[in-house]
Design a protein around this ligand. Structure first.
Ligand SMILES: [Zn+2]
Length: 146
């Protein structure tokens, strides 16, 4: 049944609670100690903005080349790139300069989006592979002819 819960933030929100009376009472008690959904989402958004600001400051010394892709891809990939570069700066895989220089050579917004959840080590692995493939001649032959 639906219950109006006054949350810890002072806002009232309707919740549908199922179960035995004791379970419903326990759930309602717990809900009263939490923030309402709107406040929870606002907190989360503020945290994200703060994290992005922190990451942006961390990578402020780097020159970030423009990314290629659709406007939406580029906007998203730029946030990802800042976050990943900041993470590499804090805990580099080889050295900060080497890691960042490698990543800064990748301009493809889609690449950043596709690889956004990789661990630092795997991200650098993929970056190396991506740059090797990009450096290959179009006919697939290694440049053995001289
Ligand atoms: Zn609230």
């Amino acid at each position: 049944m639906e219950q109006q819960i006054i949350h810890a933030c002072g806002h009232q929100q309707a919740h549908v609670l199922y179960g035995f009376d004791s379970q419903v009472a326990r759930k309602a008690r717990w809900l009263r100690t939490t923030k309402c959904r709107a406040c929870f989402l606002a907190d989360k958004k503020a945290e994200q903005i703060e994290a992005t600001a922190r990451d942006t400051a961390t990578v402020a010394h780097l020159i970030l080349p423009p990314l290629t892709g659709s406007e939406r891809q580029v906007a998203w990939a730029e946030t990802i790139r800042i976050k990943r570069l900041a993470a590499l700066t804090v805990s580099p895989h080889t050295s900060i300069d080497a890691d960042c220089n490698l990543c800064l050579r990748i301009y493809d917004a889609k690449w950043w989006i596709d690889h956004r959840d990789l661990a630092n080590e795997d991200l650098l692995d993929q970056a190396t592979r991506h740059l090797q493939i990009a450096a290959m001649p179009a006919n697939g032959q290694q440049s053995a002819a001289a």
